[in-house]
Structure formats: structure tokens, C-alpha cells
Design a binder for this molecule. Structure first.
Ligand code: DHE
Length: 547
């Protein structure tokens, strides 16, 4: 139960497609629905179900729900399934009190009709939303502020649709910048000057950190729903291009790195890696920029493929398609920045991609539903350099050897599995200057675990972990907020670690800073403007992929 609860908290967030009008689609074999019922059901579907079952209901984390499968089951059977859930992870929507009996009946009928199709989003749509608010010629030619910009933390304020730029030295908020709906991640250009932020609604904001008060200089909507953005980092292409990936429509777009002008859109619809069947909705998950070639690595969830996108000639874009495993999601570099480690979350695997040779080196079995964020690299006393991931679906932390030269026997194998606090982990972090590994468990249904952090001494991994009560350290009022402790992030020097204490929009949240040497509380950032802080991206560490 704990696991499905954690997964539901993770996957069943409202999709921005809830607000997108769609034409009613029907199926003569399904029980009839009025237009009002259809619209009500569609809204619930995009609020609760699309994350797992997909926009077109072709299945992803959840089972496919197309009429050829649902009509033979019948309304009564479907109602029981929706109401009570299943051991395989389907939440119990009615008995949990989240849907009423009438809503369950509505959904059981809705999924027997054809899925409505949201609109496409081509170049004209993108250009229609594209704004350059400060043209490159009007931007400063040198840094105009006195901030130590490489130690700024771009902090996601999820439900406010904003990012807070927090000065890592003084811990003061520099500015709050409006971004997309439920902003998801921040990435930093190769030079460290530009910050790119993407919202779930596909809005990309480009922020110039050289301005007197850093602010938006360009923006664009690259799709109707999205999660990833990145910028070109290969030598000679620094700051030249940006790329963003969409969940809907399933595609990615390469943009001018100065202005966000959309240059080239590539669809990801195609065949799955294993059964080689057509999938109409392969969502774009993580994207990283290679340091070995002028390439982006675009990880496609439902087809299970990593696309090496060679951007050196935009007129004849070259794609190398690498079959990994289905449900690619998040990932990060190994410490040498040659191997990209990507989680195939529902396949319980980590794919290892060699960015130098464009090959899949290994697909490693790990625990249940790996969720590394970008993962954590450190030097294991016995096995040399390792990259690690925690899991949503169990309490383990898997350490994978990443040195095929000096530690060949252990390369790209799980060398050790640590016992952690519990399932529901999303992110873990270490730093080249640190001897600690921090693992969060924000989605664990036990508040004691979701509000604390496990920290391991890398030199004594067998000793187990120490628990840091970050939620308590935040000193927030007892307002019933969830106070989930999420996403460790180091400062530039690697001597302090920042954690978000994440409560609902109408409850108090905070950021807690821990001294990495002593593991003692160093400071707490509390401010009414810190609404639902989740991810934090230190400019230096994000720019140089230090994690
Ligand atoms: Fe994320 C990274 C997708 C839910 C916080 N999230 C990512 C990435 C993807 C993704 C594809 C990798 C981007 C990259 O590296 O280019 N996330 C999704 C979802 O589809 C999902 C499951 C459901 C949803 O509706 O969005 C989801 N994510 C969440 C959350 O609930 C989190 C905890 C809070 C939030 O802000 O929404 C969350 N996701 C994050 C963060 C990162 C991230 C903080 C970046 C971590 C990093 O260190 O790079």
C-alpha cells in the first residue's frame, strides 16, 4: 500500500491538458455519455489518470485503457477496479475518498469511449507564443550585479509557477521570477550566464544572470505539456542552442540559445524498443548535453530509446537511435561525464550510455522503480567511482561501478546495495568534496520518513545511515503541512547541503541548510514567498554537472 500511495502522489498530479478544449470522441459500443459528462470525465482523467495511463491511454506506468480493451470488460468490472484499486499499483480512488461513486461510474463509462486527442503544436504555434523581451543586442556585455552568481540557487516554487533566485552566500532571496505553470526544472548554459526554466505547461523561460536584477529575457511555449530543457555544452557550441522536450505533443524542439527562436521540431512517435510496436505518445523525459560530441541525449519514455541528436548541421540533423529499456525517465552523468546513467523506472533498470562512442554499454537491474534525479557520484573505498540511485518502490540504494579502466570487474554492475529509510525516495546527492551521501524519502507515506533524510558516511557505508530531522529543523508552525523533505543540493563549495521542506500551497514551507562536515543545522530560510519549494539548482553545480 505504501508504495502505491507514494506512486500516486508522484504520478497523479494535474496535467496542464486539463484546461485544453478537446472535441468529444465517442464509441458506439460504449455506454452513452452527454457532452457535459464527457467534459467532466475528461477533466478528472487529466487530473488523475493521464500521468500513468497516458494522454491517448496507450499505457505507460499504468495499463493501456483503449476501448478495444475496456469495452469487453464492461462498466461494472471497470467500476470495481477504479473504486478499489489493484495490488499492481492502481490506486483505490473511491475507498480513499478521492472520487465519489458517481464519479467512478462516470470514469468507467468514459474509458470505453475513444480517447480525445489534444491538438498538435507546430512551429507556427510555438512562434505565436515566442517573446524576446530583451534582445541580445540590448543585454549587458558584462555582469552588472555584485552577486556571486555561480552560487545562486534557482529554486522551483512549484504551485506558484515561479522560481526564486536565492543567493547561496547570504541565503537571501534575490528575486522571484514568473515562469510556467508548476515549473519543473532549471538548467544553466555552458557559460553560466543563462538560466533556463521549464513549466509543466511547456513554457520555457530564459533568465539572464548578468542583469542588474536577473530576469526573463525570452520565453516560448514549446508544447502543451513538458518537463525537460537543456542547452548545448560541447566545445565551440557553448550557449549556442537550447533544447526542450514535450510530453504532449510527443516531440522535442531545438532553439536558438540566445533568443529561444524555435529552429527544428522532431517528433518522437515510433516503435517501442522491445516488442517493436507503434506507440503514438512517447513522451520526452530527461535531456542532457554531451561533452564529447555536438550532441544532445534525448531520452524517450514509452519507446525506451535514447536519441543521440547531432546538432552540428541543423539542416541535416543526424539521430542515432539507441535501444535501452522502456520508461526512460531521469538520469545523470557518471563522474567522468562520459557515461549517461538513465533510469528506466517501470522496468527497474538503469541504462548506461557511452556518449563518446554512442553505444549502450549496459542495462543494469536495480531495485523497484529507480528514481535518481541526476544521481550521486562518489569514490567507493572498495569499488572506486560509483554512481547511485534510490528507489520509489523499495528502501534500497543501488551503487553502480562506473570505472571500466581501473575497476573493470565492477564496471556497470551493482557493486553494493544499501538499506535506506524506506521507499518513496526521489533524489540523492553527493559532491566531490564531500564524504557524505544524502538520500531523501519525500513520498514515503510515513511522515517520520518523509520529513527526514538519511545520510551515509561514504568511508563507512556498512555502518548504515544517520537520520537528520530536517522537517523539525525547519521550525515551521504546526499547520498540518506535509513538510516533505525533498532534493538535496550542495552549494558551490560543496560544504553545505540545501533541502526543501515542501508543504501545500496554503501551508508554510522552508529551505533548510545543513553543514556537510558536522551534519548540524546551519540555517533555515523561511519566507512567505517560498510557496511549495521543490527542486533547487545551484548555478555552478548545474552548469558543470557536479553531483
Ligand atoms: Fe519530476 C526531474 C518528470 C513529478 C520534481 N521530472 C524530472 C525529469 C522528468 C520529470 C522527465 C528529468 C528532467 C531532465 O533531467 O531533463 N516528474 C516528472 C513526471 O512526469 C512526474 C512523475 C509527474 C508530473 O506530473 O510531473 C514528476 N517531479 C515530480 C514531483 O512530484 C516533484 C517531486 C515535485 C515537482 O516539482 O513537481 C518533481 N523532477 C523534480 C525535480 C527534478 C525532476 C526537482 C530535477 C531533479 C534534478 O536534480 O535534476
Amino acid at each position: 500500500k505504501g508504495v502505491s500511495e507514494a506512486e500516486k502522489n508522484y504520478q497523479a498530479g494535474t496535467s496542464p491538458l486539463t484546461a485544453t478544449p478537446m472535441v468529444q470522441s465517442t464509441n458506439p459500443k460504449a455506454p452513452p455519455m452527454s457532452l457535459a459528462e464527457f467534459d467532466a470525465a475528461r477533466k478528472i482523467y487529466f487530473e488523475r489518470c493521464a500521468g500513468c495511463h497516458g494522454v491517448l491511454r496507450k499505457g505507460a506506468t499504468g495499463k493501456p485503457l483503449t476501448p478495444d480493451l475496456t469495452v469487453p470488460k464492461g462498466t461494472d468490472y471497470l467500476k470495481i477496479f477504479i473504486a478499489y484499486g489493484s495490488p499492481a499499483g492502481m490506486p483505490n480512488w473511491q475507498t480513499s475518498g478521492e472520487l465519489t461513486e458517481a464519479q467512478v461510474d462516470l470514469m468507467a463509462r468514459y474509458i470505453q469511449h475513444e480517447p480525445p486527442q489534444p491538438p498538435e503544436w507546430g512551429l507556427a504555434d510555438m512562434k505565436g507564443t515566442w517573446k524576446v523581451t530583451v534582445a541580445p543586442a540590448d543585454r549587458p556585455t558584462k555582469k552588472m550585479n555584485s552577486y556571486n552568481i555561480s552560487n545562486i540557487f534557482s529554486t522551483t516554487l512549484r504551485d506558484a509557477g515561479e522560481v526564486a533566485l536565492i543567493d547561496g552566500d547570504s541565503k537571501k532571496i534575490i528575486s522571484i521570477i514568473k515562469t510556467g505553470y508548476a515549473v519543473h526544472i532549471s538548467r544553466v548554459s555552458a557559460s553560466g550566464r543563462y538560466l533556463f526554466v521549464i513549466g509543466r505547461d511547456g513554457r520555457v523561460n530564459m533568465i539572464d544572470l548578468w542583469m542588474e536584477t536577473p530576469t526573463n529575457v525570452a520565453e516560448i511555449r514549446i508544447g502543451l505539456e513538458a518537463r525537460s530543457v537543456e542547452t548545448s555544452k560541447f566545445k565551440g557550441y557553448e550557449d549556442k542552442l537550447a533544447i526542450a522536450g514535450a510530453y504532449w505533443p510527443p516531440q522535442f524542439v531545438i532553439m536558438n540559445g540566445d533568443t529561444l527562436e524555435p529552429l527544428k521540431i522532431v517528433a518522437t512517435r515510433g516503435m517501442t524498443v522491445d516488442t517493436q510496436e507503434y506507440h503514438p505518445e512517447p513522451r520526452v523525459a530527461s535531456i542532457v548535453s554531451s561533452l564529447h560530441k555536438p550532441e544532445f541525449i534525448v531520452n524517450v519514455k514509452e519507446t525506451g530509446k535514447s536519441l543521440m541528436v547531432d546538432y552540428s548541421d541543423m539542416k541535416s540533423l543526424k539521430l542515432t537511435e539507441m535501444g535501452v529499456a522502456r520508461y526512460l525517465h531521469d538520469g545523470g552523468w557518471d563522474s567522468s561525464k562520459r557515461y549517461f546513467m538513465v533510469a528506466a523506472n517501470q522496468s527497474n533498470k538503469i541504462g548506461v550510455i557511452d556518449s563518446k562512442n554512442d553505444t549502450v554499454v549496459a542495462v543494469v537491474d536495480v531495485g523497484k522503480i529507480p528514481h535518481p534525479g541526476r544521481g550521486a557520484n562518489f569514490k567507493h573505498p572498495k569499488y572506486g567511482p560509483v554512481w547511485s540511485t534510490g528507489h520509489l518502490g523499495d528502501e534500497t540504494v543501488s551503487l553502480i561501478g562506473t570505472d571500466p579502466v581501473k575497476h573493470k570487474a565492477h564496471a556497470f554492475k551493482v557493486v553494493q546495495t544499501l538499506a535506506g529509510q524506506g521507499g518513496g525516495s526521489l533524489f540523492l546527492k553527493s559532491h566531490p568534496k564531500s564524504r557524505h551521501l544524502y538520500v531523501d524519502t519525500p513520498l514515503n507515506p510515513d511522515a517520520g520518513l518523509s520529513q527526514s533524510i538519511a545520510v551515509y558516511d561514504i568511508n563507512n557505508l556498512d555502518k548504515g545511515y544517520k537520520v537528520l530531522p530536517i522537517g523539525q529543523w525547519a521550525g515551521l508552525p504546526d499547520d498540518g503541512g506535509a513538510k516533505r523533505v525533498v532534493q538535496p543540493e550542495y552549494n558551490k563549495a560543496g560544504d553545505e547541503v540545501w533541502f526543501s521542506v515542501w508543504s501545500a500551497k496554503d501551508k508554510a514551507s522552508a529551505i533548510v541548510v545543513v553543514d556537510d562536515k558536522t551534519l548540524q543545522l546551519k540555517s533555515v530560510i523561511r519566507d512567505p514567498r517560498l510557496i511549495t519549494p521543490t527542486g533547487k539548482f545551484n548555478v555552478h553545480n548545474t552548469q558543470h554537472d557536479v553531483y
